[in-house]
Design a binder for this molecule. Structure first.
Ligand code: NAD
Length: 468
């Protein structure tokens, strides 16, 4: 076996994890256990310990976690890419930084009060206890970081079920966060998981009576499993975000923004531009602007067909399954796989396709951007609706026509609707507002934050504490 630097550093990470696991007498395991049952029991104890702390003490833990994420962002980004062989280190670093800086803490938890002749009633946001959080392979570490901040800010502990293919980067992040919590005076094992996670562990976690809430961030299958559990569950599922460009858009800017959003982390984010629909009047102009971008490669018809056979496997009735081998791969690597060698660095492959081409209707998560021509705005909107597939996840539009913008926003009714910017503005990267990597369309929490991980409780005092 050839031992390059990437393989060597993965081996070192694995040995460190194994040493941690075997050292059973060691006082702390930084949250990683042999069995899911042990991980949940430890998290239950940690939740009880956290309940004894004040909210300002909780906020100190959050500050320490933020610092640890920032301090280790590059190292974690590196492990993520080497382990999953998906995405880009520079962009994964930016996602970690975003999670550290823009995930809300305890400040987002609000208490409501009703006062009147009968006294005072408070509505407070109370933790669930132990939360079971399922992590995708496409964005493992930033989701662990962001969910940990939100769930702990809300007063919970969390048991993570990472994707087996993203075990090392997820467990490394958990260990770093637990260390930061301990250093800030917090309980051990506030964040736990299992060494070598398997699908059976996910099911054990879902079914464990001490896990009070489930948060599933992933594809449709796991969201369905979590929602069928009989427990309170948040489902953050798949998207296939369309972009619509109408004839009033700043075409040059639109072309650049779309390529930036589509190629971010090799198109892994569920919010990333997956297909673009352009009205006829500006279609050729838009293509010209796209072609001017150095890092873009336009596929010809033969290359489109080769790529189709490579990345999608056709089942019956025009249904496809994704060849996961190519998810999150660099554009140059994908090109090489169809026999095209381009010497310069390519960020995005673009192709002209008919409106319901599989590249438009399937969520590829690869830096491939299909471009569709529509006769007018209404047809473009209809195509965008079909492509989005009712996920109600994310859509983007480039336009200066307020009526068109409003019509698309209302009709497509997605959780995130970005106007005149790359899609990532929708999660606070270059746009206003906080960030999250768990976007809950199916269950309606939207962009989750600490308050999504709480239950409302009511505290009533009759007659007293009334001033007026
Ligand atoms: P995936 O659904 O294959 O896996 C997600 C998680 O679910 C993993 O931890 C996996 O181990 C677990 N899982 C999947 N099937 C399971 C089963 N049958 N039993 C037990 N556990 C199971 O998804 P992925 O490929 O890792 O991630 C990509 C998908 O996630 C895309 O569809 C993307 O759009 C979506 N996603 C959504 C959000 C969001 O916030 N809405 C964020 C990131 C990713």
């Amino acid at each position: 076996m050839e031992l390059n630097n990437d393989k060597l550093s993965l081996i070192v990470q694995r040995v460190l994890l194994e040493m941690n696991e075997k050292n059973l007498n060691k006082k702390t395991r930084d949250g990683i256990f042999n069995t899911m049952n042990e991980a949940i029991e430890a998290a239950e104890q940690a939740y009880k310990d956290l309940s004894c702390m004040t909210v300002s003490e909780r906020e100190k833990l959050i500050s320490s976690m933020r610092k640890a994420i920032l301090d280790n962002a590059m190292e974690i980004a590196d492990i993520c890419v080497k382990e999953t062989k998906m995405g880009r280190k520079d962009h994964k670093y930016l996602k970690m930084k975003l999670a550290a800086e823009k995930t809300p803490g305890t400040e987002i938890l609000n208490t409501k009060a009703y006062t009147g002749d009968k006294g005072l009633t408070l509505i407070e946001m109370s933790p669930y206890g132990v939360i079971g959080s399922i992590i995708p392979s496409t964005n493992p570490a930033a989701t662990v970081a962001c969910n940990s901040i939100g769930m702990i800010a809300a007063g919970n502990s969390v048991v993570f079920s990472p994707h087996p293919k993203a075990m090392e980067c997820s467990l490394t992040t958990i260990k770093i966060l637990n260390k930061a919590i301990r250093e800030a005076g917090g309980p051990e094992n506030l964040i736990t998981s299992v060494y070598k996670p398997k699908l059976e562990d996910t099911m054990a976690m879902i079914n464990h009576p001490k896990v009070r809430m489930l948060v599933a961030t992933g594809g449709p299958e796991i969201v369905k499993i979590a929602l069928s559990s009989g427990k309170k569950a948040i489902g953050a599922g798949a998207g296939n975000p369309p972009v619509l460009v109408d004839d009033t858009a700043d075409i040059k800017k639109a072309a650049r923004d779309i390529i930036k959003g589509c190629s971010f982390d090799n198109n892994l984010p569920c919010i990333a531009e997956k297909e673009v629909i352009v009205v006829e009047k500006v279609f050729e102009f838009f293509l010209e602007e796209i072609r001017k971008i150095e890092e873009v490669y336009e596929l010809n018809e033969d290359e489109i067909n080769k790529l189709l056979n490579l990345v999608l496997v056709e089942k019956a009735n025009n249904k496809f399954t994704l060849n996961k081998e190519y998810v999150g791969k660099d554009a140059n690597v994908i090109l090489q796989s169809i026999g095209v060698n381009v010497l310069k660095h390519i960020e995005c492959l673009v192709c002209r396709v008919p409106k319901y081409h599989p590249f438009v209707t399937e969520e590829l998560m690869m830096p491939i951007l299909p471009i569709v021509r529509a006769q007018n705005f209404d047809e473009a909107l209809e195509i965008a609706l079909q492509a989005e597939g009712g996920n109600r996840h994310t859509a983007v539009m480039h336009s200066k026509n307020v009526d068109n913008l409003t019509k698309m926003a209302r009709t497509i009714n997605t959780t995130i609707f970005v106007k005149n910017a790359p899609s990532y503005a929708g999660i606070g990267f270059g746009g206003e507002g906080y960030t999250t990597f768990t976007i809950a369309g199916p269950t309606g929490e939207g962009l989750t934050n600490a308050s999504s991980f709480t239950r409302e409780v009511r505290c009533v005092m009759v007659d007293s504490f009334r001033i007026i």
